[in-house]
Unconditional design. Structure first.
Length: 222
């Protein structure tokens, strides 16, 4: 299992060329796209009474490394790949108190074969979400005294869901202005939809999909 986080804000991309900062106007963010809504569906936690955002924390990369070390014996490299995604993976970005992990596998069957062992580690398999996203196997683990809640998103390595999650994360990591814009949007929406978690998530869709559209236009998937 390969593990990459670079949660300290490093521009390292495994040898890949860094992208230029994206310029997105507020008018452009008013258009909704399906790809952004799909990313939101992947990252959305179970319904919450209120929207809870925490300030950026240097502890998030350490929590990722701890979770990754625990999963490594179950999902060894080079067959499997694990990435830190979601807002906790981006320095200077406010985030829900949830650690999102993206697990890449050769196929979904290889994930399903590990369900009993994931259960033994405290992860709960949630097949009901496959009605909406059949290309993913989704697991969650509640917070502990010394660790945040974890959402584990298992997909086929290199597939569209894998690529889009990493593309959006890396765009934020490499562009401080884009990160500031997204942070401001998240805080504004958290205030506007403080008691409506679903509306908060939906309202982020235009931003996410516009970023992905720009990336796909300048770096088409191969």
């Amino acid at each position: 299992m390969t593990i990459r986080s670079h949660g300290d804000g490093s521009a390292k991309r495994g040898g890949a060329t860094q992208r230029q900062p994206l310029e997105i106007t507020s008018a452009e963010l008013t258009t909704r796209y399906d790809r952004g809504q799909l990313i939101l569906a992947l990252l959305a936690p179970p319904p919450m009474t209120r929207v809870v955002l925490l300030d950026p924390s240097p502890a998030w990369p350490h929590h990722f490394q701890s979770a990754a070390a625990e999963l490594h014996p179950l999902f060894p490299a080079p067959t499997f790949h694990l990435e830190h995604i979601g807002s906790t993976s981006v320095p200077d970005l406010p985030a829900k108190p949830i650690l999102d992990l993206l697990l890449g596998a050769p196929d979904l069957a290889s994930i399903e074969a590990k369900i009993p062992r994931l259960t033994a580690l405290g992860y709960r398999y949630k097949p009901e979400h496959e009605r909406e996203i059949p290309e993913r196997r989704y697991f969650s683990r509640p917070a502990a005294a010394d660790a945040p809640a974890i959402h584990l998103h298992a997909v086929v390595h290199g597939a569209a869901l894998w690529r889009d999650h990493l593309a959006f994360r890396d765009a934020l990591r490499s562009d401080p202005a884009l990160t500031r814009a997204y942070a401001e949007l998240k805080r504004d929406l958290a205030a506007l939809y403080a008691g409506d978690r679903a509306a908060y998530s939906d309202a982020k869709g235009p931003f996410i999909t516009e970023v992905l559209a720009r990336l796909h236009a300048t770096h088409p998937p191969t």
